[in-house]
Design a protein. Structure first.
Length: 291
């Protein structure tokens, strides 16, 4: 039996999906309190938006931070949709990112990861007529050409976020046990690949601007329910506890803010009663169509 939703993100976005119905029914009691606490402790927006495509920017920063935590973290997903020859070029771009992460060349790392983000978009959504990658065409598909695709504003925003992460994120995560782009047992039914696992911490990276406070006009780091549901979904997809996830967290790159929660404590707070993690994983497996 296969699950009819192609990804965890899409399943959580549909209020009628079995996964979303389970989250809404089982983990709603303490949701607003957790969200309020997160919003209350928000600091100021440190990296303003610009003209760069926010989706590509977010994916690029995600990849760049993976490289800073684990320099050999090539995102395989970036090359899946391409021919063998193109994959070799994309892997060369990955080597450029590795070298840039090790040397501290943030602009080069940003450009390489922008290219990897564009390639990943082809896998996730297919070729876009308006994409710089599409306009490049296969005849011009080279490492230098891919590195030239990042707009100046995209590099600017990326570098600012990477510099902030050097102090706000990198010293606070385990660099010895890193799994970049992990997939889980449940991913065979419903595609789900997280950003990073560092030790026992499952980490998601966000680059959004946050919401505007109507009273002050300033932006604040809001915590949507979908963020928590996504993190918990990843953890519950790990049916056999293969990764040993004990904590979940979000790094808000524009705010230089790392927020973490003990996984079992978070489940208890959201549910309003004790939650058996093993049983929750078993139930999630059944919802996905597992036997």
């Amino acid at each position: 039996m296969s699950y009819r939703y192609s990804s965890l993100t899409r399943a959580l976005a549909d209020r009628r999906s079995p996964l979303r119905e389970w989250f809404d029914a089982e983990l709603a009691v303490g949701l607003r309190q957790v969200q309020s606490e997160h919003l209350r402790d928000s600091g100021p927006l440190l990296v303003p938006a610009g003209s760069a495509n926010p989706g590509t920017l977010g994916a690029g920063v995600d990849f760049a931070l993976r490289y800073l935590v684990e320099p050999d973290a090539f995102p395989v997903i970036a090359a899946i949709a391409f021919s063998t020859a193109a994959r070799m070029v994309i892997r060369e771009v990955g080597l450029v990112a590795t070298d840039a992460a090790r040397s501290g060349d943030r602009p080069l790392l940003a450009r390489a990861c922008w290219a990897l983000a564009l390639c990943t978009e082809v896998y996730r959504a297919g070729p876009r007529p308006d994409s710089a990658l599409t306009r490049l065409g296969m005849s011009g598909f080279s490492v230098d050409a891919l590195l030239s695709l990042a707009p100046a504003d995209g590099v600017r925003q990326s570098v600012e976020m990477l510099e902030l992460a050097t102090a706000a994120l990198l010293p606070k995560v385990d660099h010895d046990q890193v799994v970049p782009g992990p997939e889980f047992e449940g991913s065979q039914f419903c595609a789900a690949d997280a950003d990073l696992i560092c030790g026992d911490l499952l980490l998601d990276i966000k680059t959004r601007l946050g919401d505007v406070d109507r009273r002050t006009g300033d932006r604040r780091d809001k915590l949507p329910a979908s963020d928590l549901h996504q993190l918990i979904g990843y953890a519950l997809f790990d049916r056999s506890d293969h990764f040993g996830i004990r904590r979940v967290g979000i790094y808000s790159a524009r705010y230089a803010r790392l927020s973490t929660w003990d996984l079992e404590d978070l489940l208890v707070r959201l549910a309003g009663h004790p939650v058996d993690l093993t049983e929750a994983r078993r139930h999630m497996w059944v919802l996905l169509g597992g036997q």
